[in-house]
Write a new protein. Structure first.
Length: 330
């Protein structure tokens, strides 16, 4: 547990990981983590690379007694995972594998491929090494991926409980206020764009971004929690505990990349190019925008989170990096 927690903390502090290609991601992050969880990464019968599934392949099959227990599809650190879900779940379903993982080494998505529902519904848990508490992340890795827990089916049992039971609802309810506070406190550009889109639908006019930010600045979130001290007495009298949490909001929106940063966005087979100049993203053939999300909306004509769309190449770098990853590093 201590070694696993230290590994996670080391990853958090290592800025070089954002430049890893897929091979480095596998070697430095994924295989290292599997080793700490009790898997013999040098035994190809236990951690089988490039496992063939009919005409397809999955990056790793974790095997016990020659049976496929977990499929892992690995991508480079900067890769967005959404577009690879279908591929992984198809692999897993065809082989009857009950647990599957899609990861870029930082984000780990855990699935029950044989359960009902769409891809998102079959994803029962997510771990983000950078964003989540190190101890919490380590405990969840042990629960769902440790060798002994896979061998005894404890991992599968825990996954099914989380998928079906109250624990999932409890976690969601506990984290909805935290998620809202995080979005509000960071003045997420996606939230600003959603508000502005709704304003436009209601009155036909788009608001100034500064007006929306000023509105967000005035928000106070009241979180009300009710708890019954006795299930019998509660029918006669409810004891309520009220808690008010005032959000402290920074005065400025998330930092924008420096001037002369090159930007690109691939959408429906076409790549759109832009440059950061004087605090604006200037997109070729479209115009200039104060946010990545505004540029994405203009290009795609749909509401999108621009931080997850645009890639950046800073003036001091020769590498492209996802805007959202750059934002988390600064």
């Amino acid at each position: 547990m201590d070694q696993l927690k230290k590994f996670i903390e080391d990853v958090k502090s290592n800025e070089k990981i954002y430049e890893f290609d897929e091979a480095k991601t596998k070697q430095a992050l994924i295989l290292r983590l599997l080793s700490l969880l009790g898997w013999n990464i040098f035994d190809v019968e236990q951690v089988m690379p490039e496992h063939g599934v009919t005409s397809l392949r999955v990056d790793y099959s974790l095997r016990i007694f020659e049976q496929n227990k977990v499929f892992i599809e690995a991508k480079k650190v900067s890769e967005q995972l959404e577009k690879h879900q279908e591929q992984l779940l198809n692999y897993s379903f065809k082989e009857g594998v009950k647990l599957a993982i899609l990861t870029n080494g930082i984000t780990w998505w855990f699935y029950l491929p044989l359960n009902e529902g769409n891809w998102e519904q079959r994803r029962f848990y997510s771990i983000d090494i950078i964003e989540q508490d190190s101890s919490s992340a380590a405990n969840k890795f042990i629960d769902f991926l440790e060798y002994d827990n896979i061998k005894t089916s404890h991992s599968l049992t825990q996954a099914e409980k989380l998928y079906k039971g109250r624990l999932k609802n409890k976690i969601i309810k506990e984290n909805i206020p935290k998620a809202w506070n995080k979005i509000i406190s960071e003045k997420d550009e996606f939230l600003i764009e959603i508000i502005n889109d709704t304003v436009e639908k209601l009155c036909g006019i788009r608001a100034n971004e500064s007006d929306i930010i000023n509105f967000i600045d005035t928000i106070e979130i009241d979180i009300k929690q009710s708890r019954n001290t006795d299930p019998i007495k509660s029918k006669q009298k409810k004891i309520k505990t009220n808690m008010q949490e005032k959000v402290t909001i920074p005065s400025q929106i998330s930092k924008f990349p420096p001037n002369e940063t090159l930007c690109r966005f691939s959408y429906k087979g076409q790549t759109y190019h832009g440059t950061i100049k004087n605090g604006f993203l200037q997109v070729e053939s479209f115009g200039q925008y104060k946010s990545f999300s505004a540029a994405s909306v203009a290009v795609s004509r749909t509401s999108r989170n621009g931080w997850l769309d645009w890639e950046l190449k800073l003036p001091t770098s020769s590498r492209w990096v996802l805007a959202d990853i750059w934002r988390k590093k600064i």
